[in-house]
Design a binder for this molecule. Structure first.
Ligand code: FMN
Length: 454
């Protein structure tokens, strides 16, 4: 049963209690597992590889009686349909007579920035990778482990070839010999789609056998951090590397490696095929571009919404058909648990790269969770820190011990603000990677904006 924030808001605790009470423990074991990336249909659980959306005990009983625990493959645009609509023509043209610097210019002109969370300008990264001699590699980051994020799944379950062609264009641009797709095992339908479509690409002679390798993740959030992902691809335990050297110089099997998020590559195809205007012609609140917001929590229609990058939470809630019935807007998580919580009074900030930093937070992968007057900011912050505690890889002490201590301190009726701030300082300054560095955000923002609750 998924227990991350959106599922908790939708009643995952009551669901777990009901399942534990009603099921035969000799036959059924209930496990907690954040986050399944289906926050738009919370609460969610998985039996084998079958997902139960908007789960209830009776739906679980029916699924158990049915006995089929396989993933359901949605209808999607397959190779034949994509090719018939002009897909892979651009790749063929580039491979034949393209100038990689021209393509890099187009990508830079579009303003495309990494959509895995860090927001690094994508075209510039290509230059860094190319500057290193080599056999070079490419890795697609499909770990999507940040609770509240489900945009990569959304695109892969509909138009997988936009990512695949973008991956091959980027691989061509940096002269990568092989591409590795690191895909979380929580997305069995996506894994099956990719298996089929990579085979179709091999069959059509667009890639050689083995040129693109599909690797399964095993449920660790830390394996989305690019250097930990590379360790995992190499067959080792996924823990972040010390940097420098950066993965653009020393990546998979010590070779220069280009790492991109799934959605970033989806846009590479669209930019190369449709021109940089596909992104840079949209302007709102002084911000350029588009952003795929994964929206869940107390809104009428949760889902992935492609909106101008300058959208505020008010625009986003409007796009979702307003608040869920009976709920009044209280607070929001702008970009995953690493971004913490902001109050409804701060609803006029464009939710884009760079706009949230002055407020002590960031957009990350744009995983927006909306909280209402029925919800507790304190409980939400605790949920976020519990996630970090369980997902800390344990390599560095500030994160491993810090997350655990923070959870203990946050369980008190009244938070010890001074001690927590001291802890936040150490975690932020001294953790090796972004997990421990950003884990203080929910603590600090909750103390700042919801002092009465803590
Ligand atoms: N990037 C992703 O694309 N997917 C993830 O699931 C993901 N998880 C991360 C988890 C942690 C703890 C950290 C610190 C970073 C994570 N990232 C994730 C960001 C990656 O390290 C990296 O910046 C990104 O994959 C680069 O691709 P992009 O430039 O296309 O965004």
């Amino acid at each position: 049963v998924c227990e991350s924030l959106s599922c908790e808001l939708a009643g995952s605790e009551a669901l777990i209690a009901a399942l534990e009470k009603g099921m035969d423990p000799k036959k059924i074991r209930v496990l907690r597992a954040p986050c399944m990336g289906r926050c738009d249909t919370a609460p969610v659980l998985e039996i084998g590889h079958k997902h139960i959306d908007n789960a209830t005990p009776s739906k679980v009983e029916a699924a158990l009686a049915d006995g089929h625990f396989h993933a359901e493959i949605p209808a999607y645009e397959d190779f034949a349909a994509y090719k018939a609509a002009g897909g892979y023509a651009k790749l063929a043209e580039l491979r034949k007579s393209g100038d990689w610097e021209e393509v890099q210019e187009t990508v830079l002109a579009s303003g495309l920035r990494g959509l895995g969370g860090a927001g690094f300008p994508s075209g510039r990264k290509w230059g860094f990778v190319r500057a290193n001699p080599g056999v070079r590699y490419l890795a697609v980051n499909g770990d999507e482990g940040e609770p509240g994020t489900f945009k990569d799944r959304y695109y892969l379950e509909r138009t997988p070839h936009l990512m695949l062609e973008g991956m091959l264009i980027a691989a061509w641009a940096v002269e990568a010999e092989r591409s590795f797709i690191y895909m979380r095992d929580e997305y069995p339908a996506v894994l099956e789609i990719l298996r089929r479509e990579i085979k179709a690409l091999e069959g059509a002679g667009i890639i050689l056998k083995g040129e693109v390798e599909l690797r399964r993740g095993a449920g660790a959030y830390i394996c989305g951090e690019e250097s930990a992902m590379i360790e995992s691809i190499e067959g080792k335990r996924g823990i972040p590397r010390q940097r420098p050297p950066y993965v653009a110089a020393v990546g998979i099997f010590d070779r220069p490696t280009l790492v991109h998020n799934v959605e970033t590559l989806h846009w590479v195809t669209r930019i190369v095929r449709e021109g940089p205007e596909v992104l840079n012609s949209t302007e709102k609140n002084g911000r350029k571009g588009l952003r795929s917001y994964s929206v869940s929590g107390r809104v009428a229609k949760p889902g992935v919404y492609l909106l101008p990058a300058g959208s505020t939470i008010t625009d986003i809630i409007d796009a979702c058909g307003g608040m869920a019935e009976g709920h009044a807007f209280k607070a929001y998580q702008p970009g995953g648990p690493s971004s913490g919580l902001l109050p409804a009074s701060m609803s006029d900030i464009p939710l884009d790269f760079d706009t949230l930093q002055p407020h002590g937070t960031f957009i990350g992968s744009a995983a927006v969770v909306v909280l209402s007057d029925k919800d507790s900011a304190k409980a939400a912050a605790l949920n976020m820190l519990r996630f970090f505690e369980s997902e800390s890889c344990g390599q560095c002490t500030p994160c491993r011990v810090g997350c655990e201590k923070a959870v203990k301190l946050m369980q008190a009726d009244k938070w010890d603000a001074e001690l927590l701030e001291d802890l936040c300082q150490v975690m932020g300054d001294a953790s090796i990677c972004g997990l421990g560095q950003a884990a203080p955000n929910p603590i600090r923002l909750t103390m700042k904006h919801f002092p009465d609750e803590v």
